[in-house]
Design a protein around this ligand. Structure first.
Ligand SMILES: CC(C)(COP(=O)(O)OP(=O)(O)OC[C@H]1O[C@@H](n2cnc3c(N)ncnc32)[C@H](O)[C@@H]1OP(=O)(O)O)[C@@H](O)C(=O)NCCC(=O)NCCS
Length: 154
């Protein structure tokens, strides 16, 4: 299934709608809410946060946040390109949106010369690990903050 997504800046106009997005009950342990992510972005400038709302047509359906072009040597910050948060609202999951966001993000990182994209995830069997591995991410063997780290060569 191919789904067309747009990555849209978050402004005063769409902030409430994007913050209202929710994963399925039980998935909250895999990812922080949009509001918490925006707070983390504001309080963690050393993580070089870059984030967008995910839209299908005119409808906000998800959220993505990366560490973008982190200079080497920042303790505790994975990079230079690290997929920090990704969520698709429960009503829209399973339609290829998450995969389409990864395709967009990979294309943006490649366009600025990035050669790999890192991510990490909660290790639970029903978590998003299989989603990332299906896309091509491979475990690096590292554990960051209790989460296995995965790498995608670009
Ligand atoms: C993980 C998440 C982003 C995936 O988004 P999505 O739009 O539902 O995924 P897609 O429909 O694009 O799925 C792409 C493929 O991955 C598979 N997949 C998706 N989620 C999966 C999961 N949790 N386990 C195993 N496979 C999964 C799909 O079956 C699909 O497989 P296919 O190519 O054979 O059809 C979304 O389910 C989500 O927001 N989950 C809760 C929050 C979360 O865990 N975020 C990640 C934090 S690190």
């Amino acid at each position: 299934m191919t789904t067309s997504v747009r990555l849209v800046e978050i402004t005063g106009d769409n902030r409430d709608a994007v913050c209202a997005l929710r994963v399925h009950p039980g998935q909250e342990r895999f990812v922080a809410s949009v509001a918490k992510s925006l707070e983390d972005a504001a309080t963690t400038p050393e993580g070089e946060p870059w984030y967008r709302a995910v839209y299908v047509g005119d409808e906000p359906v998800g959220f993505v946040m990366l560490s973008w072009d982190v200079p080497p040597g920042r303790p505790g910050v994975l990079g230079p390109y690290y997929l920090w948060r990704l969520l698709v609202d429960g009503r829209y999951q399973g339609r290829g949106i998450g995969r389409a966001v990864l395709v967009e993000v990979v294309s943006l990182v490649r366009a600025v010369g990035g050669t790999e994209l890192l991510t990490s995830h909660q290790p639970d069997d029903d978590g998003p690990g299989a989603f990332y591995r299906k896309f091509g991410f491979v475990p690096t063997g590292e554990i960051d903050d209790g989460e296995p780290v995965l790498r995608l060569d670009l």
